[in-house]
Design a protein around this ligand. Structure first.
Ligand code: C2E
Ligand code: CA
Ligand code: CA
Ligand code: CA
Length: 278
């Protein structure tokens, strides 16, 4: 028993060692990828009740040299842990401002709002507000067309600081959406203190909406909360017309999901808009 225990321990150590070096390797690769321009922003349409695009969410992709696309779920958590999310997030912001500027100089896309995801660690960097301000000015893009998606968990810690940073950014016109809404613990009491513009219904409540009465009740509650807080509400992960129709009946009139378009490259997004307009 002692023998196998020791073997077990050795095996465990080896396993930890392997996962540590796998993480170290991934971290190194991410740094190189950033230097070598292997990250790309994809754009997924957000639409109104008529199915017309009102903007897009920017979603990060890591395109390996062999063309393989690495999903953010497999690198964002490690980027957050190691702090690489700060330069990576800065790159996202830079790209977003540049894209907004391009949109604004074309009649087919001017007025579209671009939503970006900002991690807690990035948002809580001391210079964050100033950086946003500087980039918006340098790219000459309208800050009112920039929306920042934050998640609930991060807002709970340092609430006073978060509120003051949000206010400073709202002052220049930036908007805020609360992502993955319903998966955290936000109370109405606490939500009403945050200078938000929008709640985003998490896709986990949309997936079985047509058949799950619990999900219907949750979605209805979220919509009622949004209404009483005078916030806009959007649902993500809308894949079917049945889901969309039900969301509409429950009072949600903005949607994002495969039904309206997958995350796509900037030229593909532009092409879809041009097709729609024609
Ligand atoms: P998220 O912000 O909740 O983004 C929505 C995710 O749902 C995206 O996954 C999107 O591709 C996916 N999605 C969109 N429509 C549908 C649909 O109809 N059905 C289903 N099943 N999924 C749909 P993605 O692109 O893999 O991103 C995963 C997460 O990675 C994001 O979740 C976000 O938390 C994070 N992320 C992505 N880009 C960035 C970024 O630039 N910065 C930071 N900090 N996080 C990012
Ligand atoms: Ca998001
Ligand atoms: Ca989300
Ligand atoms: Ca999510």
């Amino acid at each position: 028993a002692k023998q196998s225990g020791r073997n077990g321990m050795r095996f465990f150590d080896q396993g930890m060692q392997d996962s540590l070096s796998a993480r170290a390797r991934l971290e190194g690769e991410m740094r190189l990828a950033l230097e070598r321009g292997q990250f790309e922003l994809y754009f997924q349409p957000q639409v109104d009740q008529h199915g017309c695009p009102t903007g897009a969410e920017a979603l990060l992709r890591w395109i390996r040299p062999d063309g393989q696309s690495v999903p953010p779920s497999s690198f964002i958590p490690l980027a957050e842990e190691t702090g690489l999310i700060v330069p990576l997030g800065r790159w996202v912001l830079e790209q977003a401002c540049s894209r907004l500027h391009a949109w604004q100089s074309d009649a087919a896309t001017s007025g579209l709002v671009l939503a970006i995801n900002v991690s807690a660690r990035q948002f809580q960097q001391p210079g964050f507000c100033g950086e946003v301000h500087e980039m918006v000015k340098r790219h000459g893009c309208n800050p009112a067309c920039l929306k920042i998606e934050l998640t609930e968990g991060m807002l709970l810690e340092n609430i006073e600081e978060t509120i003051s940073s949000m206010r400073a950014l709202k002052e220049i016109g930036v908007r805020f959406s609360l992502d993955d809404f319903g998966t955290g613990y936000s109370s109405l009491q606490y939500l009403k203190r945050l200078p938000l513009d929008q709640l985003k219904i998490d896709k986990s409540f949309v997936h079985d909406l047509a058949t799950d009465s619990n999900d219907q009740a949750i979605v209805l509650t979220i919509i009622a909360m949004a209404r009483s807080l005078k916030l806009d509400v959007i649902a993500e992960g809308v894949e079917t017309e049945a889901q969309r129709a039900l969301l509409e009946r429950l009072g949600c009139h903005r949607y994002q999901g495969y039904l309206f378009g997958r995350p796509m490259t900037a030229p593909a997004f532009q092409a879809q808009l041009t097709r729609k307009a024609a």
